[in-house]
Design a protein around this ligand. Structure first.
Ligand SMILES: Cc1cc2nc3c(=O)[nH]c(=O)nc-3n(C[C@H](O)[C@H](O)[C@H](O)COP(=O)(O)OP(=O)(O)OC[C@H]3O[C@@H](n4cnc5c(N)ncnc54)[C@H](O)[C@@H]3O)c2cc1C
Length: 310
């Protein structure tokens, strides 16, 4: 693991640095590489352009860890309006939501109520809602809320992080349910008590979890795996495994983040794969941006070099 990763992830939680960075023109313009823009319209236009290239999308209105019920309800309203706009423009996009943006820190009941409003409208307009996975303390509450909702709605899915020791068990349960699972490595700063400290172990576990998600049992139960990574080794593994097991290309998809490896995204589409791009927009871009820097600290060098150039 890069030594700067935990530092950057700790800074992602700093309000003072956030205030400073948000006011900084250069940080803002660097963030634009990973974020479609600050307005809803920016997100919608980015999705339109991706759709024209054969890419699917999931839109994320940036925000997390809200501290008041009003903020949670406002965030919910934004996602509801976003869904209306996606449907009226006939975009090939769903939405991704974070439960801490819908009020999970205030009360699970509030987050559940807001999430259900979103999933219910999405069902009406034929769109999918992905519940992003946040840091470890939210994993169990997120899976609990998802499971409860799954009894009533099937246009909703969850995310599993391969850096967590518990994920094999979580995937086994989701496979039995026939759920839609997005598999990621994991973007937060987790202690060795709950997560593999070594990247090689996270990557090896990613393969074990893909084996579970592509198993005969998973297919029989209707599991739809979304392999969300830019790691070419893992993408190649998924391509070879699905080819060997005759898993058709409409039974799973690859997912990548906006602004990362766009050439690879288009190449996979050209090769006949379903590819979905995660498109974030909104004013609250700082923690999302810091997680992207932590994944590749070389991005930070670019920022620092340009800061000192003046
Ligand atoms: C669609 C999608 C949704 C996600 N949702 C969640 C979620 O809900 N919860 C969660 O914890 N995490 C989520 N993540 C983030 C994920 O956990 C990883 O932190 C992130 O994807 C980087 O890991 P990687 O799999 O690309 O592999 P890595 O080994 O980190 O990267 C592989 C290669 O990808 C490229 N790359 C990766 N990151 C960057 C970057 N920031 N800038 C430039 N190049 C880069 C580089 O070429 C790198 O060598 C999501 C990721 C994707 C793609």
């Amino acid at each position: 693991m890069h030594p700067l990763r935990p530092v950057l992830l700790a800074l992602a939680r700093s309000d003072r640095l956030r205030e400073w960075m948000v006011g900084l023109g250069l940080a803002r313009s660097m963030a634009r590489r990973f974020i479609a823009g600050e307005r809803r319209e920016d997100g919608l236009l980015a999705v339109e352009a991706l759709n024209q290239q054969g890419l699917l999308a999931t839109l994320d209105h940036l925000g997390e860890n809200v501290t008041s019920e009003t903020e949670a309800r406002d965030a919910t309203t934004e996602v509801l309006e976003l869904l209306e706009a996606i449907a009226s423009r006939r975009l090939r996009s769903g939405v991704s939501v974070k439960l801490t943006q819908l009020g999970l820190d205030l009360s699970p009941a509030l987050a559940a109520e807001n999430l259900e409003r979103i999933v219910a409208l999405a069902a009406e307009v034929g769109r999918f809602v992905r519940i992003d996975m946040e840091s470890f303390s939210y994993v169990q509450p997120t899976l609990d809320l998802f499971e409860e909702l799954w009894t009533r709605y099937k246009n909703v899915g969850v995310v599993i992080q391969s850096y967590l020791y518990r994920s094999a068990e979580d995937v086994a349960r989701l496979v039995r349910m026939g759920a839609s699972v997005r598999l990621v490595k994991g973007a937060y700063n987790e202690p060795p008590e709950v997560a593999f400290p070594r990247k090689a172990d996270t990557d090896a576990n990613f393969i074990r979890l893909m084996e579970q998600l592509f198993s005969d049992e998973a297919r029989a139960n209707g599991v739809f795996p979304a392999i969300a990574t830019h790691d070419e080794k893992l993408i190649r593994w998924a391509q070879e495994h699905t080819r060997r097991h005759d898993i058709s290309l409409d039974r799973f998809e690859f997912q990548m983040l906006y602004g990362i490896r766009p050439g690879l995204q288009r190449q996979l589409v050209a090769d006949g794969y379903r590819v979905r791009v995660y498109v974030p927009y909104g004013e609250y871009w700082y923690p999302y941006f810091m997680r992207r820097l932590a994944e590749r600290p070389a991005n930070l060098l670019f920022l620092v070099r340009n800061l000192f150039k003046g």
